[in-house]
Design a protein around this ligand. Structure first.
Ligand code: BDR
Ligand code: CA
Length: 321
């Protein structure tokens, strides 16, 4: 039997590659794609998700969700992903339209009706937070929730303290991390350094000469240049695909441990920081196995610290050929 994924995404270039990986994986059925404001305005994210699904020959349902964070103004990352979010490739408009139903309803309905569903989030957590606020019981229905977000005990990519997805909507992230969902947090640090698609890797991918391979490199054109300017690293950083790789094959994460994670919502310099008590220095109830604010049992989140770069790239390549 295939595993079932629900993917929530602010679809731009690296999200698109992550979607492609799930849609092309033989052992996975994508039950729904829900789109949230983040990298690009909502309508553009929906278009990009549909374009990606069509490239993969998939008729998966795509749902539009929140067009801004819970309490804050929308923030975008077009400087990184291009004005269309897709490396300024300006792909032809998709044939299909999104579903009528709102993404938040789609999340609630899918999580309520499916069993053993796995959720993969690739954007700000607004849609998921709204769904959990409306129907808190869905947290217990999810088998695993893989979150691309945060920077555990390391550097941020939008401020020194924070990673984009959490920084955009920290209040939503706080709701999700306190919801009781069985979370595996995949931070931004994993996609750096050797995990980038380096120039040799890019040449190899191009040599596959499939539409999926060229799409992967083309739509990340501006991301590659923005990465060089921001971090000095030469290559394409793929945070969402590295998260998807871990969701598809959890053995790709080679070091993980469980900790209480708090999200900073008020800090002067630390908005959106993922505060991971790695050493249990707080010695308080946040580090109990089950913390119970509001009467809910809240497990600690699993943090993925290290992963197998060769295995991640091998999985990506297998899905691009
Ligand atoms: C995250 O932010 C977005 O720009 C990417 O799509 C990824 O989800 C990385 O910080
Ligand atoms: Ca994303």
């Amino acid at each position: 039997m295939k595993r079932k994924f629900l993917i929530d995404t602010d679809t731009a270039s690296d999200d698109a590659v992550a979607l492609l990986m799930a849609l092309r994986h033989p052992d996975v059925e994508v039950a729904a794609i829900t789109v949230v404001s983040g990298n690009v305005p909502l309508a553009q994210g929906v278009t990009n998700a549909l374009v990606t699904a069509e490239l993969c020959g998939s008729d998966v349902s795509v749902f539009a969700g929140a067009d801004k964070p819970l309490f804050r103004e929308a923030e975008y990352a077009e400087w990184f992903h291009g004005s269309d979010g897709m490396g300024d490739q300006f792909y032809p408009a998709p044939q299909r339209q999104p579903e009528e139903k709102h993404a938040v309803e789609a999340i609630i309905d899918t999580l309520t009706t499916e069993t053993d569903l796995e959720v993969v989030t690739l954007g700000p957590l607004t849609n998921l937070a709204l769904a959990l606020q409306r129907e808190p019981s869905i947290a217990a229905k999810v088998k695993k929730c893989y979150i691309m977000g945060g920077a555990p005990c390391t550097v941020g990519n939008v401020t020194p303290a924070a990673e984009f997805n959490i920084w955009v909507d920290p209040e939503a992230a706080q709701i999700v991390f306190r919801s009781g969902l069985p979370i595996e947090m995949v931070g931004w640090h994993l996609c750096r350094g050797e995990a980038n698609l380096r120039p040799d890797d890019i040449d190899l991918v191009r040599s596959f000469d499939t539409p999926y391979a060229h799409f992967t490199i083309d739509c990340n054109r501006t991301a590659q240049e923005a990465n060089r300017i921001q971090s000095g690293e030469i290559g394409i950083p793929l945070p969402d695909p590295t998260t998807m790789a871990i969701a598809l094959d959890p053995s790709i994460c080679t070091e993980r441990s469980n900790h209480r994670v708090e999200i900073e919502t008020k800090g002067e310099f630390t908005r959106g920081m993922t505060v991971v008590d790695e050493l249990n220095v707080a010695h308080d109830e946040r580090n109990c196995d089950l913390w119970r604010p509001n009467g809910y049992n809240i497990p600690k989140a699993s943090i993925c610290w290290k992963f197998d770069v060769e295995k991640w790239k091998a999985l990506l390549y297998s899905l691009l050929q």
